[in-house]
Design a protein around this ligand. Sequence first.
Ligand code: NI
Length: 191
Amino acid sequence: MTIRFTMDKITKDGDPVLRKTAEKVSFPLSEEHRQLAEDMMTYLVVSQDPEQNEKYGLRPGVGLAANQVGESLQMTAILIPSEDPAEEDDEPYFKGVIFNPVIISETVGRVALETGEGCLSVDEDVPGFVPRSKKIKVRYQDEKGDTYEKTLRNYPAIVFQHEIDHLHGKLYYDHINKAEPWKVDDNTKYV
Ligand code: NI
């Protein structure tokens, strides 16, 4: 596995590419886009390996959007580890690069990570709850251009919403209540 993206390649908050709506990706994928998808996923795989991430100095990530490596394209790599890491079969919960994703339905009920969210492009963690829809249905294309619909709940739903936000120029702290960042809302559960 050749790693092409390291921390110095990750675009940082303040770079205008993170605030632009990304361009749709067309199919069949160009060789350049196919390579980009592979390199984005490699970052995530290596970043989640404790030995390798130290070797390359990578911050662990579960998602990496194309604009986080400077490409304003509707594609994001997602690697959500197995829900039960104690299980022998540690197949990831989700591993794939998704293209042109759209949230087609979402619940009013919200969830937030108890510790708040973080982002590879935001060096200093912004504290506060990031309320997200508890359950979403997302439509996206895979590398071949095939269309899928997937329903996600709780943590995986949070990851997908964080990544899809990137493709629309949004960052997680945009959702934090500035006046009361840790305010508990009746409609929000914590995971
Ligand atoms: Ni992020």
